[in-house]
Design a binder for this molecule. Sequence first.
Ligand code: HEC
Length: 704
Amino acid sequence: MRFFRVKLAAITGAALLVAACSQSGTPQPEEGVGTDANWTAPQGGFDEASYSRLEQIEPGNIGELGLAWYMDLPEEVTLESTPLAIDGTLYFAGGYAEVYALDAKTGKQLWKFDPRTWERRSDKFHFGSNRGIAYEDGRIFTVEMDGTVDALDAKTGEVLWSSQSIPEGPAFQFSNSTGAPRVMNGKVIIGNGGADAGARGFVTAFDTKTGEMAWRFFTVPGSPEQNAGDPAMEAAAKTWAPDFWKTTGGGGTVWNGMTFDEEANRIYIGVGNAGPYDPELRSPGDGDNLYTAGIVALDADTGKYIWHYQQNPRDSWDYKAAPNIVLATLNLDGEPKKVLMHAPTNGFFYVLDRDTGKLLNTPGKTTFINWATGVDMETGRPIENENIRYETGLTKIWPGTIGGHDWQAMSYSPRTGLVYIPIHQIGTMFSRDLADQTDDAVNIMGLVVKPIAEQPGDGKGYLVAWDPVEQKEVWSVTHDEVWNGGTLATASGLVFQGTADGYFSAYRATDGEKLWRFDAGLGIIAAPMSYSVDGKQYVSILVGWGGTSAAMSEFLDVGWKYGAQKRRILTFALEGDIKLPASAPRDMKVYALDDPELVIDEGDVLAGKGLSLACMSCHGAGFRGAGSPGPDLRESAISLRLDTFTQMLRDGRLEKGMPQYSWLSEDQIRQLHAYIRARARESLGKREPYDPDKARELAKASAE
Ligand code: HEC
């Protein structure tokens, strides 16, 4: 009997090995990849690989993984950051750049820092999200929405210095910081967002000890005087219309991915989309619009340009290189090569030579792509399809503006040789005809943009295991919903990911088999991390569905309502046995209110739709608020009456993230109110939704 069992085990083992070899990628050099006990940067360490070398929690014992501790976060809504673990303390960012420090073993709060940005700069509150913090040498760095960088004493939370990273001026009016800063041997670097509104992109580095500004690099050129004498800006200016800077900052904001290459003392920055999206408004005819939608390598000491690789020359579809940039060594053609791996929103997977920025193999397609057939290895440029820049009118593009792969971190395991990418499949409709602005569309600087789900597999999320050497998918798992969290890979052969439907799951890294799941009671968009204290391994994740993208369309509505479910941090360990109190279930119903007496003016409704762009990031496109960082205003009693609605806009509720709107006129407030009332009636079935064809007919009739 004993003999038989051993033999069986040997056979199963061999069979598993064969299966593993046929299904997973080729193991790659492990040197220097990932983290051990501590997790010191948003994606683990400098390499941004979201890879833990810890092996205590493994496929054989994952059944015993349970909740070790949790903490409710009643002041939070959207949670996107990944905690850091430093010598037994866990640090993470709340939605408004607050920093929490907890005992990593027990979850007991040690201190909390709240910058209360709203007291100073409520005008910079365009979003309620923050993607994390950085750590170096006893200091924690957090960046507020208005661009203020705060250095905190990691022991006490005391502010050591504060510096402002966003200058004044029209090109920076819409700049705001939501990304995580990174450290690079004595400097902390931060970018910002705002490209969609035409903000001019740049990154700024500060001395970590003094807070003094060390250097700044612009990703988009400025006026001829500003560019003079700077070769990187002079070269870039040739790819834009000569006077573009008089009308737009150009976009190219750096709001997420930045990776420090310690060995080369370089920082690779992921540059965002151009703004406005329509290239004819930036440089009529042609022009690549450097350095938007690509990666730029800079000297970490001086901020001087080294190389760039533009993934989307003359970007027209809000594509961005914002997703995390992973460093590793790959065996390519039998030779170890120091590479940078990147899966931007445009759907391709890029493996670049870190020294030159050149492609090392032919980019593969991680999802459905219709804007290009491939990438030319000679020139590095995409091979684009015809008529994709809305030349023929309304144009549908895949991947859509939220990717492909977006800011939710991908991870890389050198053991399996695979990259684990959270993929979202959804398209975007673009139109220059403003009549096409249905209620789930937005008019972004003269272009109507709307998420669409029309292709097979649209509206779903995928966990894709990608072989970067072969440039192909090895396995994938389909999630019911789009817009899921980032991933964590461990040396023990596990991949962790939280999903929009409220589960936190672990998969076998070689074949994607689901081995474990936990009901977190609320959708997850953040990425997990792992650390150990006193020889015990933990896995931690923030649970806080929200964010602007979650509010963009019905395909992203998964039924989580403002304030209905608790925001939390969850920490797991083997034999953890804490039970989580039950959450309110998902609820797709809209409990709209209506005042049947109110006569709605149709002109006001149309004008209100235009104005609602100001509220969209928190209350949803067309005020379809479910899942967004603010409440659904169709259900709001305050929004029922014009007087209480007006009062709310004038006063705001700043400490909760609701801005003050002193700039809205009485007419504009009435128009917004009318639009909300119309939208509420539509959801009650008492009114027909806006129809673009009818709008065109009416416009034509009134013109005749
Ligand atoms: C930066 C995010 C943000 C933006 C932008 C924003 N809001 Fe809000 N709003 C909130 C949050 C969060 C709340 C809920 C505050 C609370 O919990 O009391 C709120 C609450 C409200 C309420 C009260 C709802 C109720 O019944 O309690 C109204 C009305 C409102 N917002 C209208 C607007 C309008 C109109 C705009 C655009 C002009 C707008 N908001 C823009 C975040 C935002």
